[in-house]
Design a protein around this ligand. Sequence first.
Ligand code: ADP
Ligand code: MG
Length: 476
Amino acid sequence: MDKLNNKSFLRTINIHTDCTTAWKDCLSIIKESVPHITYNTWFLPIKPVEISDSALKVQVPNGFFVEWIEEHYNTLINKTINEVLGDSGKLIYTVLDDKKNDDEINVIIKDEEKKKTTDEISNQLVASPTEEPHETSLNPRYRFENFIKGEGNQLARAAAYAVGENPGETSFNPLFIYGGVGLGKTHLIQAIGNKILEYYPNKKVIYLSSDLFTVEFVEAIQSNSVNDFSNRYKSMDCLIIDDIQFLIGKEKTQDLFFHIFNTLHQSGKQIILSSDKPPKELKGLNERLISRFSWGLTTDIQPPDFETRIAILKNKSNSFGINLSNEIFEYIAHNITSNIRELEGCLIKLLANSSLNGKEIDYELTKRTVKEISTKRHVNISIEYITNVVCEHFKVDENKVREKNRKKEVVLARQTAMFLSKKLTKSSLKTIGLHFGGRDHSTVIHAHNTIEEMISKDSRLKQSIGELKNKIEMSI
Ligand code: ADP
Ligand code: MG
C-alpha cells in the first residue's frame, strides 16, 4: 500500500488521533507565519471539533471566516495541514451560528486558490440572501434573535413575530412589508419562516424572490409543467415572496400568482410579501393583486435611528468576535445612516483592512474605511442617470430641465436632480451646473438649499425624494 509508505500519513494516524492536539500543532505553525493581530482575529477563534482519517473538522464563528481564510490564507493552511496531517490532509469548516450540520463547508485543501476580491467577499456575505441550498431556501441566519428592534422597524417586527407564532391565524394575511434597500425586509420575512419551522416543523414553508418565481414559471412553461409548478406553491402552508415589485410588467406571472394567492388565502395559509413600495404605488401591477395585497397588514420599515444603528453595529461586531470602542461605533453610526447592509459592510471592511495590514482597528482606520465606502457608493452614479430617474418620477421631459423653462414642475424636477447630483456624485458644483444647460455653480447651491428647505416642511416631498435617492443608489 502506497499510503502506508508515506511518512506523513503514518505520522498522521500515529500522532494526531485527537483533534485538539492536531489543531494546536497547526496553530503553532500559523502563529509563526502571520502578524499577531491576524492570528488573534482569524485563527484563535477557530475551535477543533473532531478528526477522522486525515480530515480535521473545525468550527468557525461565522461564514465570513471561511471566506476570508480561504481568500487570504489558503496557501498557509494548505502548507500547515500538509505538514501536520500529511499529504491527504484536509480541513473541514463548520459554522457556529448555523445550527444545522448540513451547513458544513467542506474545504479540500488541494483546491485551487480562489481569486476573489475583498469586495466580492463582502458583497457575498452581506448581500446574499441564501448560502447553502435549503429545502425551503430560508437562510437559517436570519432570525428574530439577531434582528435588532428600533423605532423604524417596530411595527413590522411585531407583526412579523405574531405571524411567525400563528401563521395563517392572524388578520395579518397577507403580511406586506415594504421599505428601502438594505433595511432588513429580507431578514425579517425569512425570520418569520424560520420561526414557523421552529414552532411547527411539519409546516411547508417556502421563501423565494419574485424574480426566481418568474424564472421558475418560465421554465415550467417551457417544460409543459405549469400545473405542477402551480400545485407545488398551492400546497404550501406559508409562501414568502421577496421583492414583489419585480413582478411589474410580467402579466402572465402575475396571473398565475393571483391564482396561487387566492387558493392559499382561502384555505387560511399564510402569505408574506416584501416590496420596495407600498401596494398602491406598485404601478404596472394588476389592480386585483394590489387590492389583495392590502387585505391583511401593510407595514413599512424606516431607516434606523442613531441608537438603533449603534445597537446593530454592536451586535454585529460581537458576532464577528471583535471589540470596538464607543467612539468608533459612533463615528460609523454618524456617517452611515440610511442602510443597514452598509453598516455591516463597513465592519467587514474594517476587519479586513485591519487584518491585512496587521493593525488594530482604530479611529483613523475607521475614518478611512467609512470614506472608502461613501466614495464607492458615489463613484458610479452619473448626473445623466439621476436626471433621467428624477424626470421620470416627476413626469417631466428631460430636455426641459436643461432648457430655460420656468414651469413649476420643471423647476422642481431640475432642482431635485441638482440636489441629488450634489448628494450622490463627486462632481463639482460647476460640473453639475454644466449638465443643466450650462447654469453656474450658484444656481446649484440655490437649488440644493431650496430643496433642503422644502423637504424640511413637506414630509411627502421628503419621502419621495428619499425614495428617488434609494432607487438611484440601488441601481449601482
Ligand atoms: P433588504 O431586504 O431590506 O434590502 P436585508 O434584509 O437584506 O435588507 O438587510 C441587509 C442586512 O442588514 C442583512 O445582513 C441583515 O441581516 C441586516 N439587518 C437589517 N436589519 C437588521 C436589524 N434590525 N438588525 C440586525 N441586522 C439587520
Ligand atoms: Mg431584500
